[in-house]
Design a protein around this ligand. Structure first.
Ligand code: PLP
Length: 426
């Protein structure tokens, strides 16, 4: 290819020539019959292997207090596991419940309990309100949006910034509208933008005036310890900030070991005011006599302490950081200079957020599919699957081997350029 330059500066005949070159490159990819997939934010088998000692644990059947973990009971989860994760999540052990394998299930439990019963600070169950709305920073996590949609909770969007959600936009929305009951946030290494919520943004969200007396921040810290560099971001201390601002029950925080140990057999955590832990457990207790303490104990034995978790995460980083570096390398080499796309180089988490020329994201995904590359559907990172600008694509490079990440990004680059050139020659 000739020296790349911005498509916006190209003459019509240059654009046509570029389009035709990319069309031919795309044809070659189609003919190759590739089978690639960067849709899944899952750990690779090599990452799962890091935790295989779990298969031979626990070595004991008793927890620290001497309780037989094989039996019923202990609804809040093992104290020694809560201590390890309280340190990592910056909460007190009594502010934490350790449950089953999925934090998403805990988020759903909390929403359903709020709807049916109301929270500790609710005037009435949420289901008795005329309408309910959540603030959704976008792009965001598709399952958060799907959960609200299924429960009949409306969504209003605010932009994500490199420092977290646009806090002033959130504050303006929640100030006068009592139907706005909550918001999502992935504070550390957001899905998919990788941004980290600063202490300032967190403080604003913790202290802002809300028309609803029982406004909840669903603080989904799924990637709290999932660093891709040695510069380990520390999550803002939302529980302390909210308590200091007189809103101790505002945050409900979530995390899990899904991408620390086994995605399908880890442990999930809920962290919040002790009153809300009691509220959650009171409702949970009607449907459970206790969590899987055998799994919780084997996690305690695997890690030993918080430092053990950090060391374990460093081994994950060794496996996946090269894949993220490869995404950045190929996209930079292939797309640099054309000014048709921008993307982030996340310092942690599981995703890269790619913004292509507005109006072309769906076309890029369709072209990639023809070339044997599965991309997350355009719009997936927005409520109702609708990206108003048709510009955002979520890339998930952890699961495929690095050679496949290279091939996938080569394909992405060709499709992004082709779709942009098509659009500008229409
Ligand atoms: N929250 C976020 C932001 C995620 O990206 C994911 C998985 O991709 C989850 C939650 C799922 O968590 P869990 O496995 O604990 O249910």
């Amino acid at each position: 290819d000739p020296q790349p330059r911005p498509l916006s500066q190209m003459a019509p005949e240059e654009l046509v020539a570029l389009r035709d070159r990319q069309r031919s490159a795309h044809g070659d990819l189609v003919a190759e019959g590739l089978s690639l997939d960067v849709t899944r934010g899952k750990p690779s088998a090599a990452q799962l292997d890091l935790s295989d000692a779990l298969l031979r644990l626990p070595s004991s059947t008793r927890d620290r207090s001497g309780t037989d973990v094989r039996n019923y009971g202990g609804l809040q989860g093992l104290a020694e596991l809560r201590e390890i994760f309280a340190e990592l999540l910056g909460v007190q052990p009594d502010q934490l419940a350790a449950g089953g394998n999925s934090s998403l299930t805990m988020m759903r439990d909390c929403l359903v309990d709020l709807l049916l019963f109301g929270g500790v600070d609710s005037p009435r169950p949420w289901s008795q309100e005329e309408s309910l709305t959540f603030v959704c920073p976008v792009p965001g996590y598709d399952r958060h949006f799907a959960l609200l949609e299924e429960l009949g909770i409306g969504m209003v969007t605010v932009p994500m910034t490199p420092d977290g959600p646009d806090a002033e936009a959130v504050a303006a929305l929640v100030k006068d509208d009592p139907s706005i009951k909550g918001m999502w946030i992935v504070p550390t290494y957001a899905n998919p933008t990788g941004s980290v919520c600063t202490q300032e943004v967190a403080a604003r969200l913790a202290a802002m005036e809300t028309a609803a007396p029982d406004f909840k921040i669903f603080w989904d810290n799924a990637y709290a310890v999932h660093h891709l560099t040695e510069d380990e971001a520390k999550s803002a201390d939302i529980l302390s900030l909210a308590a200091a601002a007189g809103n101790p029950h505002r945050p409900l925080t979530f995390a899990s070991t899904s991408k620390i140990t086994y995605a399908g057999a880890g442990v999930a955590f809920l962290g919040c005011s002790t009153d809300q832990v009691a509220w959650y457990l009171a409702h949970l207790g009607k449907g459970s006599i206790g969590p899987d303490k055998v799994n919780q104990l084997r996690h305690v034995e695997l890690f030993g302490d918080a430092a053990g978790v950090r060391a374990h995460m460093a081994r994950h980083r060794e496996i996946i950081a090269p894949k993220f570096a490869e995404v950045d390398r190929v996209l930079s080499e292939r797309l640099g200079g054309y000014e048709v796309a921008s993307w982030n180089s996340p310092a942690g988490g599981y995703f890269v957020s790619l913004d292509v020329l507005p109006g072309t994201a769906s076309r890029v995904v369709a072209l990639a599919k023809e070339a044997g590359l599965a991309l997350t559907p355009a719009g997936a990172s927005f409520p109702y699957g609708q990206d108003p600008e048709d510009t955002n694509i979520r890339l998930a490079p952890t699961m495929p081997p690095v050679e496949e990440v290279t091939a996938a990004m080569e394909t992405v680059a060709t499709c992004v350029l082709l779709a942009a050139a098509e659009q500008l020659t229409k």
